[in-house]
Ligand binder design. Structure first.
Ligand SMILES: [Zn+2]
Length: 314
């Protein structure tokens, strides 16, 4: 993916979503609806008992909610607020899940990213481009390193990266789908997990989130053939040639914490961090990645996960 740093904030009800280049469509969403587990729609609020059943079944009794009795005695609006408060309160006590994702490899940063995953013993997710793996023996070797590392999972980011002409690429969704299929086969990928070049689109477990670009049909085709398609919550950008970043390590660390603490992420307690392989050409940026991981590891409640495990629920 490429795009402006952190895009923009789009307020949706009580929650905030971050999308690349401010171009998301405001689908019916909130941080809680985003759980794909807890939906605060008014229909359900007409029947608090039904809502409670749904909440309990999805959270396996691990999150406590106000009793249905008490909900029946108050207005739907008050009931909604009570439920929301209780869910946020409980979510704050639960483990948090961090997904470090690296797009556009194999490239010259892959070697370092792979080594840092091993050195720091954190799981990372690499969204890879088929044609990059064919560009040189060195890059083919980097792909193999990723495939051999148990702390790395390699996923599909297309074969051609749309030649960076996204509108044209997705206008032919059959061609775009074939491009992903080619990457999957050519790189020998085993996980059916994909991220669309140039788009922040999510399509998994029945949940859909699209930006305003035209990739939704391609995402749907991938989903229908068994892929999970993932976007991201937070993007970190560093100039790979100079190692200079608009956001320092501490800025990025604080952003990740804020997204978790305030439920700004698509799904609560799960934050997907987007980085790009070519950020890590420079030793300075590698040091920043190590420092970011060290900062996050200070929190025993933070766990590093693969995208194939997204989302972690309770
Ligand atoms: Zn990309």
């Amino acid at each position: 993916m490429s795009g402006k740093l952190l895009g923009c904030f789009l307020a949706l009800g009580s929650s905030l979503f971050i999308f690349n280049a401010c171009n998301t469509t405001a689908s019916k969403a909130s941080a809680l609806a985003g759980l794909d587990t807890i939906r605060y729609d008014e229909d359900l609020m007409e029947s608090p008992a039904l809502l409670m059943d749904k909440l309990d079944s999805l959270n396996k009794g691990l999150i406590s909610f106000p009793a249905v009795d008490s909900l029946n005695k108050i207005t739907p609006k008050q009931a909604k607020q009570l439920l929301k408060d209780s869910i946020y309160r409980e979510l704050r006590k639960k483990p948090k899940h961090i997904y470090l994702t690296f797009d556009d490899g194999p490239l010259l940063g892959s070697d370092a990213i792979d080594s840092i995953a091993t050195q720091k013993q954190v799981k990372i997710s690499a969204f890879l481009i088929g044609k990059h793996a064919r560009m040189s023996k060195r890059l083919t070797g980097f792909l193999q390193r990723y495939l051999d590392n148990p702390l790395v999972e390699a996923y599909n980011h297309s074969y051609t990266h749309a030649h960076h002409r996204y509108q044209t690429f997705y206008a032919d969704s059959t061609g775009a789908f074939a491009d992903f299929a080619k990457a999957q086969e050519d790189m020998g990928l085993t996980h059916k997990v994909a991220r669309l070049p140039g788009r922040n689109i999510w399509r998994f477990d029945g949940l859909k989130r699209s930006d305003s670009g035209n990739g939704a049909t391609t995402a749907e085709m991938l989903y229908n053939s068994g892929y999970k398609v993932f976007g991201w919550d937070v993007e970190w950008r560093i100039d790979g040639n100079t190692g200079k970043s608009a956001q320092s390590v501490s800025d990025t660390y604080r952003t990740i914490r804020r997204f978790l603490d305030k439920n700004y992420t698509l799904l609560p307690n799960n934050v997907v961090v987007l980085m790009h392989d070519d950020m890590f050409n420079h030793p300075k940026s590698r040091a920043q990645l190590r420092a970011l991981i060290d900062s996050l590891k200070q929190h025993p409640e933070y766990h590093f996960e693969f995208m194939s495990a997204y989302p972690k629920k309770y």
